[in-house]
Design a protein around this ligand. Structure first.
Ligand code: CDP
Length: 205
């Protein structure tokens, strides 16, 4: 049975952690769609045309170890403005969403564009300061030498670009459940998401 959970939200809101935990809890597949844009942005930084890169993405591109840095995040957000790049990545995401056994996709436009008929739609937010502190801790732990102020500036710049673009802007779907994780530990945020999915599963089973 196909069952799709769409999880959207701004950078470092906790959506990736929640998506992974929901997928593990229910045995669903998980696709971090940000990786598709990061891998495309990475190949652009390496000198390739972004549309060619998006059209020719391979599984290995998503497994590269150099996709998490701030430079790649900015490149991802820049290539993500291009409607042709987004179109090139659409079929893969929709096919993943329909796979048997359930799927969780996290990104910016999953509930609005990729899976408008998703069974569950969540939009995860947190304050700018909380998100910047989380991302700064992640990047520092990964060995990147970056200040909290620079991380905050990067998040704000990407959020503005992601929300303002003409094609598939970041925004909550009209029927999305909003979860603000500013004052929540990750366990509580995951529990809130799991409760939404459980409630919906009961109605379809
Ligand atoms: O991890 P973080 O939230 O910082 O970023 P990400 O989810 O890896 O996404 C990186 C960039 O890809 C975002 O800033 C967006 O510009 C773009 N993106 C998008 O446009 N649509 C998606 N479904 C996922 C990511």
């Amino acid at each position: 049975m196909a069952f799709t959970v769409a999880i959207d939200g701004p950078a470092a809101s906790g959506k990736g952690t929640i998506a992974r935990a929901v997928a593990a809890r229910f045995g669903f597949g998980h696709l971090d769609t940000g990786l598709l844009y990061r891998a495309t942005g990475r190949r652009m930084l390496d000198g390739e045309d972004p549309l060619e890169a998006a059209r020719n993405l391979r599984a290995e591109d998503l497994q590269r170890s150099d996709l998490r840095g701030g430079d790649v995040a900015q490149a991802a957000s820049r290539v993500a403005v291009d409607s042709a790049v987004r179109a090139a990545l659409l079929d893969f995401q929709r096919a993943f969403a329909r796979r048997g056994g359930g799927a969780v996709l996290d990104g910016r436009d999953i509930g609005t564009v990729i899976c408008p008929d998703a069974d569950v739609k969540l939009f995860i937010t947190a304050s700018d300061e909380v998100r910047a502190a989380r991302r700064h801790a992640e990047l520092s732990a990964a060995g990147e030498d970056v200040t909290l102020a620079a991380v905050l500036a990067d998040l704000k710049q990407r959020d503005t670009r992601d929300a303002a673009r003409a094609t598939a802007p970041m925004k909550p779907a009209a029927d999305a459940v909003l979860i603000d994780t500013s004052a929540m530990g990750i366990e509580d945020a995951v529990a809130a998401a799991v409760a939404e999915v459980s409630r919906r599963l009961e109605t379809v089973r």
